[in-house]
Design a protein around this ligand. Sequence first.
Ligand SMILES: Cc1ncc(COP(=O)(O)O)c(C=O)c1O
Length: 362
Amino acid sequence: MNPVDTNGQSAPGIDRLFRANIRAMEGYTPGEQPQEGGFIKLNTNENPYPPSPRVVEAIEGAVRRGLQKYPDPLATAFRVAAGRVLGFDPDWILAGNGSDDILTICTRAFVGSGHCIRYPYPSYLLYGVLGKLQEARIEEIAFQPDWTLSEEFVRPREDLRLCYLPNPNSPSGTAIPLATIESMAERLSCPLVVDEAYADFAESNCLEAVRRNKRILVSRTLSKSYASAGLRFGYLVAHPDIIRQLRKVKDSYNCDALSIAGATAAIEDQAWRRENREKILATRRRLAEGLGQLGFAVVNSQANFVWCTHPARPAADLFAELKKRKILVRYMVYPRWGDGLRITVGTDAEIDTLLSETRRLV
Ligand SMILES: Cc1ncc(COP(=O)(O)O)c(C=O)c1O
């Protein structure tokens, strides 16, 4: 019997075949990716510019070489190139199918049933989903009003197995200084994964701390600062003793031949990354100032997006009105905390349109 009826609903009894934690949990809902064109898309923190032309050339070269063979399971070409750029030996680097894959590997490796996973709130919603897949206990530590973390984040807990710290954080765009992170890691008994998806837009990062403390792991992505979200490539920098264990957990061929070629070319083109960073930072300033002039409270961002609320206009209304005008921003509502708009830094022209349309709405 076909288990799916014509309405796409599960047939009776199918749900009970799933583990109880899967039945009970909500899956992660990614930001909207409209399939029809015409949107100014400022909702999922993509880079508005095309990647380095060397990325496209490298992918074309990989296609010409043929796809009939499996890719290198360890993405060696990328790890060698990244190691050279970042100043690490390649055995300190693990490649992944986007940094979501890296986070999945870490969670599966460190966290089992009944263990605890801790992360700040509000932050990246995927951490909780990954924890629930492992039947873990979830501990969300609320950010203080100034987006710092209290001592609660390092409170000892026997079942604690993994802490995530997105830095800069999403949705706030705020960052915790390196010295604070190192001191927190010293006091934690479990690994601390610093999720640096947005670190290339920040004033500092945690890479050097990885050398000083084996329990600090840094996760990075090519989706944002290398403008390659469609490629799906991320990586982890951690002590080789950590990487060796994590390799057992990853899928055999977690990165495909095209993404390895593209990502290697991307990380080799640091001149492109630096130039792109300067453009994004200049437009971020313009976006934050423009929103401020329209009466928004804008959090000081170190990422490629800003978090804002308006004292008079509910964020949900602004989101809906902008969407009608084909401008897509991210409306985020966090239970027990509040809501707001997270707006990605687009091109100057996109941000000018966003600001002029928003001016009519507030
Ligand atoms: C904090 C954070 N970490 C990780 C990711 C995942 O990035 P990717 O899987 O594209 O590398 C995102 C995506 O938006 C993010 O906001």
